[in-house]
Design a protein around this ligand. Structure first.
Ligand code: SF4
Length: 433
């Protein structure tokens, strides 16, 4: 059974001051286009038009799976050799593609032009294109742009860039009276609808009535944001979005991320404290789902306690996941790699990690592979490009991207999250038997 540490006492402990191995070498990561896979499912009247190459189209198509019967809400405007050679006017081409798309799909209310490596190489100004197209298609359709380019990014940054592009069009909420309590709680980061519904029910049950989610399910239901807003990050990869919300006057509530029973409790507790929810009410609302989460974790704890795990930097979920597997499943951490260490956002997580945790930021992939081979962990969490070679060397792996695609947040998903770690080990046992 894990115990809940009050947020205040968790400060200035754990591995907050531990040295971090910073590496800036060759990296093995997906690009930000990948975020379209979960974003297009979330914002149901949006369309993501990648302005890119056949490689970009192939990446999106294969990552999303082939959708034969559904009209997808993403596509690629292919930049071909004539565009790259400067022989065609790419803007004219883009306007034509958008016109055809919107004529065929009146259900689209929000269109994202998503930049890629090729569009950046030919210096296609998608922000001007978005402004031009918005003035042409408003009020029916708003056109925004962001970059999903793979140059110097990691794959979850696509969501950060997308949400940050939405901030300028969010309605502003009025300034509260001096000393007034926050008027609304904003949950920031894409969550599966089912998780969102569970979180809303718990928060409403505590008496927090005004709860909004960003991104919303419909583009016409964008939340208001302003100095009366406090927000909780539901995903750890939203640094730019958080900075933008801060600039709009919203206040971030520091908390661990809602992974596992403990993480979810501390996350909800941060909201409860901000809204003055009595502790007894908090306990009453969370007791039953927390007990279910604890019970579902028990099965996996037996299989995972004492097993050693190595995280390669990929999704930016690594630190919260490491905290979850170490504290709630009893796993031992070999190395916790993260593409970027956003200290401010990660403070509550770092406070819960063992003081001697080997943290690394960035990547020099060959050196990191050497450390991994030396550690011989029972399980490696890594990107797709590393998983197959490591499996061939006899290691068990878990694809980091699967942890982003799967609903893993909240009490009811704690067992599913643990299962993602125990399944590869169970599979290996079966293969050996
Ligand atoms: S890395 Fe660049 S070229 Fe490759 S799929 Fe991503 S955006 Fe397209």
């Amino acid at each position: 059974m894990s115990t809940v540490i009050p947020i205040q006492t968790a400060a200035a402990t754990g591995c907050q001051t531990a040295p971090v191995l910073v590496e800036r070498g060759q990296r093995e990561v997906f690009c930000g286009l990948t975020g379209i896979i979960w974003l297009h499912r979330k914002i149901q009247d949006a369309f993501f038009l990648v302005v890119g190459s056949r490689t970009c189209a192939h990446l999106i198509q294969s990552a999303a799976g082939v959708m034969i019967f559904a009209e997808p809400r993403f596509g690629t405007a292919i930049i071909d050799e004539r565009d790259l050679a400067g022989l065609a006017d790419a803007n004219e081409e883009l306007d034509r593609v958008v016109q055809q798309l919107l004529a065929r799909r009146p259900d689209i209310k929000l269109l994202f032009l998503v930049g890629s490596c090729p569009s950046e190489v030919i210096k296609l100004d998608l922000s001007r294109a978005a402004q031009r197209l918005t003035s042409q298609y408003l009020p029916d359709v708003r056109v925004l742009n962001y970059s999903g380019s793979g140059i110097e990014t990691t794959f979850t940054q696509g969501e950060d860039a997308c949400l940050a592009s939405l901030l300028p069009v969010l309605p502003r909420s009025p300034a509260p009276a001096p000393g007034a309590a926050p008027a609304q709680l904003l949950i920031v980061g894409t969550l599966a609808d089912v998780v969102e519904d569970q979180m809303r029910k718990l928060l409403n049950g505590m008496g927090i009535a005004q709860v909004a989610f960003f991104p919303p399910r419909k583009s016409r239901a964008m939340p208001q944001v302003g100095p009366d807003t406090v927000y909780l990050l539901a995903q750890p990869f939203l640094a730019d979005t958080a900075r933008g919300l801060d600039a709009m006057g919203a206040r971030r509530l520091g908390a661990p991320f809602p992974l596992g029973s403990e993480g979810t409790t501390l996350w909800l507790q941060a909201a409860a404290q901000a809204f003055g929810v009595p502790q007894a009410r908090f306990e009453e609302v969370t007791a039953a789902p927390r007990a279910r989460a604890e019970q579902s974790l028990g099965r996996h704890r037996t299989a995972l306690t004492g097993k050693r795990i190595f995280f390669f930097p990929d999704s930016q979920l690594e630190i919260p996941l490491a905290r979850f597997v170490q504290r709630e499943l009893g796993m031992d951490l070999c190395e916790v790699g993260t593409p970027y260490l956003h200290r401010q956002q990660m403070e509550p997580e770092l406070a819960l990690l063992p003081a001697n945790t080997r943290l690394s930021e960035g990547q020099d992939v060959e050196k990191q592979l050497d450390r991994c081979r030396q550690d011989q962990p029972d399980l490696v969490v890594c990107g797709l490009g590393l998983a197959n070679p490591l499996e061939a060397e006899g290691m068990s792996t878990k694809w980091a991207i699967e942890l982003v695609f799967t609903p893993i947040q909240g009490y009811e998903q704690a067992g599913d999250l643990a299962n993602l770690f125990s399944r590869p080990l169970a599979r290996k046992l079966k293969l050996v038997a």
